[in-house]
Design a protein around this ligand. Sequence first.
Ligand code: AKB
Length: 320
Amino acid sequence: MSEVILVLGASGQIGRELTLKLRNLYGNKNVIASDIREGSKEMIASGPFEILDATDKVAILTVINKYKVSQVYLLAAMLSATAEKYPQKAWSLNMNSLMAVLDIAKEKYIKQVYWPSSIAVFGPTTPKKNTPQHTVMEPSTVYGISKLAGEFWCNYYHEKFGVDVRSLRYPGIISWKSKPGGGTTDYAVDIFFSATEKGSYECFLSENTRLPMMYMSDAVNATIQLMKAKKEDIKIRTSYNLSAISFSPKEIATEIKKHIPDFKITYQPDFRQEIANSWPQSINDSEARKDWNWQHKFNLTLMTEEIIKNLKNKLQKEHL
Ligand code: AKB
C-alpha cells in the first residue's frame, strides 16, 4: 500500500520542492500539502492543499483522519535570524508543532515522522572544522536551542514510545525556484537572484565567513532517502549530520564571476554575522554515509552552473 503523506509547511523554501518531488514519487493525490499561508499555483493545481496551523494538534489530526495519512513531514519553523527577533514566537512555533506531531505518532495515528534539525544546534564552543556527529553542543541562538531540544524530544519519543521519527541537521540549503526567509545562510540564495537580476550584491556576512551549504536537490534526495531507509539502518534518532559543500561569500562570488564576469559584491555585515560566527564551517557526516549510504551530487561549481542557467532562463521568460 502506498504511503499517504502530509507535509506541514509546504509553502516554505524546502516544502515547495520536497512536496512536488514526493508527489512525483507517491502520486499527486497521496501527498497532502499544507501551510498556514496559501500554496503556490503549481502546488494547488497538482494535488490536495489544506490551510493548516502546524501547532494546532486537533486541526492536524482532522486532516490526518480525512486523508488517512501515514507519514508527516513537519517543515514549518521559524529560522535563525527571525527567531532572534521573536524568541517567544519562535520557541512556540518550533516546539509546539513538533510536540503535536510526536504525540500524534505516539497515539499511533501515523507511522513515520520527518523533522529537520539544523547546523544551528552547534555553538561557539563546538569544533568548527569537520564538526563530528557527537560533540560539544551549546547553541547561542533561539533557533539552535529549539532545534537541540527538538532533537532530544525526537530521541525520547523513539526510545520511550517507539515513534519512528527521523531527522537531518540541514546546512544552508540553496535553491533557485524559491527563496528562503529569515535564515542566516539566506545570503547564498539571495546572491544568485541579485547577480542575475542586477549584476551586484550587498552581502550581510563578511567575505571569509565559511559555512556548510547544500544544493536543494541534494537536500530533497537526502530527506527522502532517510525516510525510505530500513528502520534497522537508522542508528541515530536525535538527528544526522549532513554535509555537501562549504564556502564563504568571497568564494561563491568568485564562482559566480565565471558566469557573470562583471558581478560585484560588497560586504555590510549585520546582526547575522554573530549567528554565522557561532556555527561550524564544515560538517563531518560520515555516520549518514555509513548508515544509509548518503552521497551528495552537487559541488560548488556544478551547483553554480545549474542555478545561473536556470535563473537566466527564468528571467528571459519573464521578459518575453
Ligand atoms: C538558517 O540559516 O537559519 C537555516 C539553517 C542553517 O538552519 N538555513
